[in-house]
Ligand binder design. Sequence first.
Ligand SMILES: [Zn+2]
Length: 197
Amino acid sequence: MNLPKPLNDLVENLKRLPGIGNKTALRLALFILNDLEKEEAASLSEALISVKENLSFCEICGVIKEDACPICQDNKRDQSTIMVVETIKDLLVFENTNNYFGLYHILGGTIDFSKGIEPDDLKIDSLIKRANSNKEIILALNGAVDGQLTSNYIEELLKDKDVTLSKIAYGLPVGADLSFADDKTLKVALQNRMKVK
Ligand SMILES: [Zn+2]
């Protein structure tokens, strides 16, 4: 039998989420139908709309913000260091170590020609504009080919700029995703960062 249209619509919407196939979408939709109170369903739908309406990305660092940027506009943070990360996920990994209190710059990925990701697709220009003599830029990209390529690309662009540049040391196997590293490894990787220039 065909699912009633409202249920089918819900299943189709849930299937757009990453990692949710047909079966899981149907299970979630049936859970919402059978087990959620009407108020709970309303609260879920309001939360969905609210993230879209009330959140945006900081124009400077790329962090998700509500009004003021929780990183750039926090004057307790060290304004003289900028850690360059690939994604907000990596930023949260560093934040959770409670060991880094500077600023960030989210690139939005790494250069990967095999996937069609070119320098212009990333927030590299805006990073170069943030670089000045009062800043240390710490590259914290993954240790695989794409991360290294991106680090090298940024190093080249900063070659003639008066800025301190360093790279986190990898106590990680090459190719490891930052989010798999434990707090201690990241702490050591940050402490032992290598000065590039
Ligand atoms: Zn910001």
